[in-house]
Design a binder for this molecule. Structure first.
Ligand SMILES: Nc1nc2c(ncn2[C@@H]2O[C@H](COP(=O)(O)OP(=O)(O)O)[C@@H](O)[C@H]2O)c(=O)[nH]1
Ligand SMILES: [Mg+2]
Length: 257
């Protein structure tokens, strides 16, 4: 299965026959389940930009995806037994006009996860980052009351060089309704430093805080003119940071739970 970009360019002057312009929120609402994969090599090759959502379990990832897409159940597909370690893909754009894909990556464990699980997760992430050619951006969800965990830091180390090469990156501080204004501002300034060349934003599904902004950002990421393809495909730093062994991409699938 392969998805080709079929949507017309979104910029430029609309022809008289063009459909009305799509708002970022309207665009997010078109999200529908595309496929689920237990192993990286089962992911279909896709030609449109892909945006990955990552974060530790309970960070608020499913709630965030459901809020952004204005669909109560969308990301909870990944809560079905045996699916929590899958990569779930959702198509964006009108039917037949898919112009981007969201990837819901497996949540990683609480503080005291077994070492084996950490190693497995690091491999999955490394392989995904190294092999996913259409990866355009990453949203790292983080509960600001807990801050970044060890595995969040690992992920940051991996993606930092790729962010410098043009990969889009957002640290999304979830459950912002649990913070006071001062706490929120402080968490945001810390996250901005941690994000390196990326961005940081506060988000609350409960208060609908940051929803429009994030939708706009994902729209922008997905519709900007492609950058230099040579510069974008340099996985060496990511490989190094996670101890990735070239040629070993497909031997370590996420486990079933
Ligand atoms: N107060 C508040 N709770 C939230 C928010 N987003 C998620 N939660 C809660 O955080 C918990 C974990 O959310 P979930 O989306 O399942 O996290 P996931 O494991 O990262 O997918 C659930 O109890 C949610 O109701 C939010 O914006 N505000
Ligand atoms: Mg979830």
């Amino acid at each position: 299965m392969s998805i080709k970009p079929t949507a017309a360019p979104v910029s430029g002057t609309a022809a008289p026959t063009s459909p009305p312009p799509v708002t970022p929120m309207g665009w997010m609402h078109t999200a529908r389940f595309l496929t689920t994969a237990a192993q990286l090599h089962h992911l279909p090759p896709i030609a449109v930009p892909e945006i990955a959502f990552v974060g530790r379990s309970n960070a608020g990832k499913s709630t965030c995806i459901n809020t952004l897409t204005q669909q109560k159940q969308l990301a909870y597909a990944s809560k079905r037994p045996g699916r929590t370690q899958h990569i779930n893909l959702f198509s964006l754009g009108k039917q037949g006009l898919t112009d981007a894909v969201l990837a819901d990556l497996p949540g990683y464990g609480y503080a005291a996860v077994p070492k084996q699980d950490k190693i497995r997760w690091q491999r999955v992430m490394a392989n995904y980052l190294v092999t996913r050619e259409n990866l355009k951006g990453i949203v790292l969800l983080c509960d600001p009351r807990l801050g970044l965990t060890e595995l969040d830091e690992v992920l940051l180390d991996v993606i930092r060089p790729r962010v410098q090469e043009g990969l889009k990156f957002l640290i999304l501080l979830t459950k912002a309704d649990k913070l006071t204004r001062v706490e929120g501002a402080k968490a945001l300034s810390i996250a901005r430093l941690q994000a390196g060349g990326g961005e940081a934003k506060l988000f609350s599904a409960l208060k609908k805080q940051g929803v429009d902004e994030v939708a706009q950002l994902l729209w922008d990421w997905s519709h900007e003119a492609p950058s230099d393809p040579d510069a974008a495909q340099s996985p060496t730093a990511a490989q190094t940071a996670l101890g990735h062994e070239p040629g070993n991409e497909e031997d370590e699938p996420p486990s079933e739970d």
